[in-house]
Design a protein around this ligand. Structure first.
Ligand SMILES: Cc1cc2nc3c(=O)[nH]c(=O)nc-3n(C[C@H](O)[C@H](O)[C@H](O)COP(=O)(O)OP(=O)(O)OC[C@H]3O[C@@H](n4cnc5c(N)ncnc54)[C@H](O)[C@@H]3O)c2cc1C
Length: 388
């Protein structure tokens, strides 16, 4: 289903593809990524200009641009191939009120932009951009909060409310990314409150479930039961989860049970079971299947087919990150499914943590780089043969 490289890379010129190949080859080398990571952290700490090296390389591969306007040409290109775009203002955690306000204004802009652009079907944000992680962590643990902390939690709730209400008023579904296990509990609670208000007729607010967590399949079933009782719809973005090492280290350091499944197979099983459960209950649960895993993408097409759903059923979406797994996105789009690219944008310094995560993910042996390289090589061969 995903092996047609002509469809996967039609949108990329030979030059583009050569650049992508060179980049993927470089980030498959752990020593280079490690050195790059340390240099990037050092450069940030001592305010060295790093744009000149980062921007034409990993930034341009994984990031849409610095502003919404800079991402628009990419959105229009994707549109030609029936691929949707989800613009993600990639700023993470700050305690500075001015920066939080700026992130709020920018995220509101993404909602207004999605409202007027039919090729941008969702808005999205990260919880840590709107609340102080250490305070949200205390709230999640049920610890006693002082007055300042209580106010901060309230401010977080108000900011999330502003975003969800604006999304609702503009008829734009909005997704909330999942980050650290430590503060997900309060994020889940606030999101459910928003669902109660805004998901009465259709799913507007989407939570993200990281299926590498042992408890998430049960949570999905609990959410479903609650939604039935409360007569609302729920939207879920499913991911496996991007912070496995960090979560394991924290659990070990603080001496609580590792919240992550013991093996990759367990994560895969939970992920696929969640898709099955959700498509089976599609009248209540809308699914945003965010994965680079070929089987999990294929499985959902099968489940939709069995359930008799149209390929472009608005409750079923597939998505991959910009710069990864084009073979899944473009082949699904060509077949008529709702397929999207998640496109982070923002100034270089702000998106560095995201870029470091992407390079690390692509460096690991089990990562997707060998597959990406093989597909690009296959396409080079095909293009060469077609020119003869
Ligand atoms: C559109 C989109 C949006 C995303 N949004 C988020 C988000 O909001 N929050 C977030 O955390 N991530 C997010 N991600 C990242 C996602 O979590 C990573 O892509 C994912 O980690 C890679 O998993 P995969 O399903 O693509 O594929 P695979 O390559 O099949 O799976 C790799 C993943 O399996 C899990 N895994 C690997 N080894 C083990 C092990 N030994 N034990 C247990 N589990 C293991 C890990 O989660 C690992 O990342 C998003 C991804 C996409 C495509």
């Amino acid at each position: 289903m995903f092996q047609n490289t002509e469809i996967a890379f039609k949108w990329r010129s030979d030059k583009d593809l050569r650049r992508a190949y060179f980049l993927m080859k470089s980030i498959s080398k752990p020593w280079l990524v490690n050195t790059g990571k340390h240099l990037a952290n050092l450069a940030i700490a001592i305010h060295l200009p790093i744009n000149w090296i980062v921007k034409p390389t990993i930034y341009s591969h994984f990031v849409g641009g610095e502003t919404i306007e800079e991402c628009i040409p990419l959105v229009r290109t994707l549109e030609k191939f029936n691929v949707k775009a989800v613009l993600d203002y990639s700023v993470e955690g700050s305690e500075d009120e001015k920066k939080i306000k700026q992130a709020l204004d920018e995220t509101l802009k993404t909602i207004y932009n999605a409202a007027k652009d039919p090729n941008v079907p969702f808005a999205v944000f990260k919880p840590s951009a709107f609340g102080i992680p250490r305070v949200l962590t205390k709230a999640s643990e049920g610890a006693d909060l002082n007055d300042w902390e209580k106010k901060e939690v309230e401010k977080f709730r108000e900011r999330v409310f502003t975003l969800c209400k604006t999304a609702y008023e503009n008829d734009v579904p909005i997704m909330i990314d999942a980050e650290d296990y430590a503060y997900q509990k309060i994020v889940d609670d606030v999101i459910y409150e928003m669902m109660l208000q805004f998901n009465k007729e259709k799913p507007v607010v989407y939570n993200t479930l990281q299926m590498y967590r042992r408890d998430r399949l049960d949570y999905l079933k609990y959410l479903y039961d609650q939604a039935q009782k409360d007569k609302i719809k729920i939207g879920i973005k499913f991911v496996r989860g991007a912070y496995m090492e960090k979560e394991r280290e924290r659990a070990k350091k603080l001496g609580y049970p590792d919240p992550i499944h013991p093996t990759k197979q367990d994560t895969d099983r939970a992920y696929n079971a969640a898709l099955e459960f959700s498509v089976d209950h599609i009248d209540t649960i809308a699914v945003f299947n965010a994965t680079h895993n070929e089987y999990s993408s294929y499985l959902m097409t099968e489940l939709m087919d069995k359930k008799g759903l149209a390929k472009d059923d608005p409750r079923c979406y597939f998505a991959q990150l910009y710069g990864m797994s084009d073979h899944i996105t473009f082949n699904l789009a060509k077949l008529g499914y709702n397929a999207a690219k998640y496109i982070p944008y923002g100034p270089v310094r702000h998106v560095l943590p995201y870029l470091i995560r992407r390079t690390e993910e692509n460096t690991s042996v089990a990562g997707q780089t060998p597959r990406e390289l093989r597909l690009i090589e296959q396409e080079f061969k095909r293009r060469k043969a077609a020119k003869k």
